[in-house]
Design a binder for this molecule. Structure first.
Ligand code: HEC
Length: 94
């Protein structure tokens, strides 16, 4: 196995482990949600991805409204991204 392949494997395992932690208890967490995939693939074009817990729900609403069009997200994709972010926002579940 090449060094690059090994590194990719280790990264994949780390991501999987992180997914299990954030997935919480009860059943296997589903593979990445559409909202998360869209966020990761569209919102890193201009700056690093912010951790969802860095912002409040109101702040995410502002950000997705403001940057959604520039990130080339369709309105229904924006809604998916926003729902995913808000569920993990700093003030989620309060
Ligand atoms: C066209 C370029 C561009 C795209 C695409 C983009 N952003 Fe931004 N974003 C910026 C700029 C410029 C700033 C202000 C400077 C900075 O904080 O890096 C910013 C700032 C932010 C902030 C504020 C950060 C803070 O510290 O308060 C958030 C939150 C954010 N963006 C979220 C998003 C989300 C969510 C998406 C995807 C829907 C997105 N951005 C896509 C350009 C972009």
């Amino acid at each position: 196995m090449s060094r690059a392949a090994r590194a990719a494997g280790a990264l994949g395992a780390a991501l999987l482990a992180a997914g299990c932690v954030t997935g919480g208890g009860g059943g296997a967490p589903p593979a990445r949600s559409a909202g998360e995939r869209l966020y990761r693939s569209h919102c890193a074009a201009c700056h690093r991805l912010r951790d969802p817990g860095e912002q409040t729900q109101a702040r995410w609403a502002w950000a997705v409204e403001r940057f959604g069009p520039r990130a080339h997200l369709a309105p229904e994709e924006r809604a998916q991204v926003l729902a995913w972010l808000q569920a993990r926002a700093s003030d989620a579940g309060r």
